[in-house]
Design a protein. Structure first.
Length: 499
């Protein structure tokens, strides 16, 4: 099948997905992911999480081979490559580009004490005004753990990378990174618009460890001869886009401008909003990174709210409360018989560990207001979904305090967004219009590559074919009821926090 195609990789911790997009029509012609079962995460000790980077590379090769075969596309037809990747991971290589140790990935918590100590010693004002976050458990703190615990290995490190930088290196033989990537590792100084030298100095990192910086949308490197032969690609094919999975998810939903929001609600939930001015939350309840279209000249920040207890609560309710064997779809219909506010039942959904939006407090999940003579399973099911929405809105209030005007929420039609109760409650409380799309991270990465190599002049051209599936407007008739239920939920949350 001859033509012009764009290739996108989405490097996750569970699998690597590849998609081929017809550059002219904007339509995805093939997608595949490997492994089909979740990829292993190495946990040598409690709280640790590592993966071998070569596993990502091998899975990328397998997924690419399948999509090229399925679409009957050859390497000569691929115009550019884009990469989306799991954020905050640490990959260390020596001068020969050999990986020195397994990657410490995003969900590894061993570096928390290093980030907390840095925040205390450097000072909150310095960290927040320059990094827009606490050093926390991000890539810089992970590298500090390596320096302290594996000094001989640390001495052999030539460059550090994020997972997407590693895949780009394997494709091109060139090591580089982006400002957006540096910001998610806490290596970017937003005030001075340069690598965060004060943090490097505090941890004792030489600046040479940081890779050369290339623009997010640009010819960052080209497929080298060795990778071309190994993958069946054309030597010289440009690698022209890369971004972390959450900024890339926003790109995939065509979220580029201040006030626009991208949301996902799977096992955990994410609200990612674009801010046009440099700002931060003084209590670090949300994280702020450089968005895909951030430059030294134009401020575009991605403010990231992550809620741990979202879809996992809905799944728990289905297993333990709903009638046995019921589907999510039937469960959603069942709860529609219950009025807004679940007749006074509220659920605090934070039963999946500490929540950053609560300043890392671990409140657990709790149910409030049950009346044995009035409430049934449907009330609990609806209250669970409302509680999840209310946790989103609670975090969005932090975003609004930072200057974000929340008017429109873009989301994929998947997971919790399949529920009418969930969608209507979110629109009803936030007052925002929700637009649902058919989207995918690897397809977004492919279109990002099209922008980076000049096939598309801008994001509006790249995402002109993005299919809008539904629009949910705020229900003004029941707005007061939604807000009353949210107020009650917040009152119960305060009781739980300060009990």
């Amino acid at each position: 099948m001859s033509g012009r195609y764009l290739l996108g990789f989405d490097v996750g911790s569970s699998s690597v997905k590849a998609s081929l997009v017809d550059a002219d029509s904007g339509i995805c012609v093939a997608s595949a992911f490997y492994p089909e079962k979740e990829a292993p995460i190495l946990a040598v000790k409690a709280g640790w999480a590592e993966q071998e980077p070569v596993m990502w590379w091998n899975n990328a090769k397998l997924s690419l081979k399948k999509v090229m075969a399925d679409a009957s596309v050859c390497g000569d037809d691929i115009e550019a490559i884009g990469i989306s990747y799991q954020m905050h991971g640490l990959v260390c290589v020596d001068k020969d580009m050999n990986v020195l140790r397994p990657s410490i990935i995003w969900c590894d918590s061993r570096a928390v004490p290093y980030g907390e100590k840095a925040f205390e010693k450097i000072g909150a004002e310095q960290c927040l005004s320059h990094l827009l976050n606490s050093p926390g458990n991000f890539t810089a703190a992970k590298l500090a753990w390596v320096k302290d615990n594996e000094p001989e290995l640390f001495g052999r490190i030539y460059k550090i990378m994020l997972p997407g930088d590693y895949i780009a290196m394997k494709l091109s033989g060139v090591i580089n990174t982006t400002i957006s990537g540096l910001s998610e590792g806490m290596f970017w100084d937003f005030k001075n618009k340069e690598t965060a030298g004060f943090l490097l100095d505090y941890f004792g990192f030489d600046k040479s460890l940081i890779a050369d910086i290339v623009p997010t949308f640009s010819i960052q490197s080209e497929v080298c001869a060795a990778a071309a032969e190994e993958l069946g690609l054309k030597k010289g094919t440009p690698i022209s886009y890369r971004a972390g999975d959450q900024p890339n998810n926003a790109l995939s939903l065509n979220v580029f401008n201040p006030g626009e929001i991208a949301s996902t609600a799977g096992t955990s939930g994410v609200v990612y909003g674009v801010l046009g001015d440099v700002n931060y939350d003084e209590r670090s309840r949300v994280n702020t990174f450089a968005h895909v279209n951030y430059t030294k000249e134009i401020n575009r920040l991605g403010v990231l709210l992550c809620i741990n207890g979202t879809g996992i609560l809905n799944a728990w309710v289905r297993r333990n409360v709903a009638p046995e064997g019921i589907s999510y779809s039937d469960m959603n219909k069942m709860m529609e018989s219950v009025p807004v506010g679940s007749d006074g039942v509220t659920i605090i959904p934070f039963g999946n560990g500490a929540e950053r939006v609560l300043e890392n407090k671990e409140t657990g999940c709790s149910i409030h207001g049950i009346n044995f003579n009035k409430h049934n399973k449907a009330h609990i099911m609806r209250a669970a979904q409302e509680g999840i929405v209310f946790s989103f809105c609670y975090g969005m209030e932090v975003m609004q305090q930072m200057g974000m005007d929340v008017r429109k929420i873009h989301a994929g039609r998947a997971n919790m967004f399949l529920s009418e109760v969930f969608r209507n409650t979110l629109a009803g409380v936030s007052g925002a219009t929700i637009e649902l799309y058919e989207t995918d991270g690897s397809v977004g990465a492919a279109k990002g590559a099209g922008m980076g190599c000049g096939i598309y002049k801008d994001n509006n051209e790249a995402f002109a074919t993005l299919k809008k599936l539904a629009v949910i407007e705020p229900d003004e008739v029941h707005r007061a009821e939604y807000l009353e239920a949210y107020t009650l939920w917040k009152e119960n949350l305060q009781k739980v926090i300060y009990r």
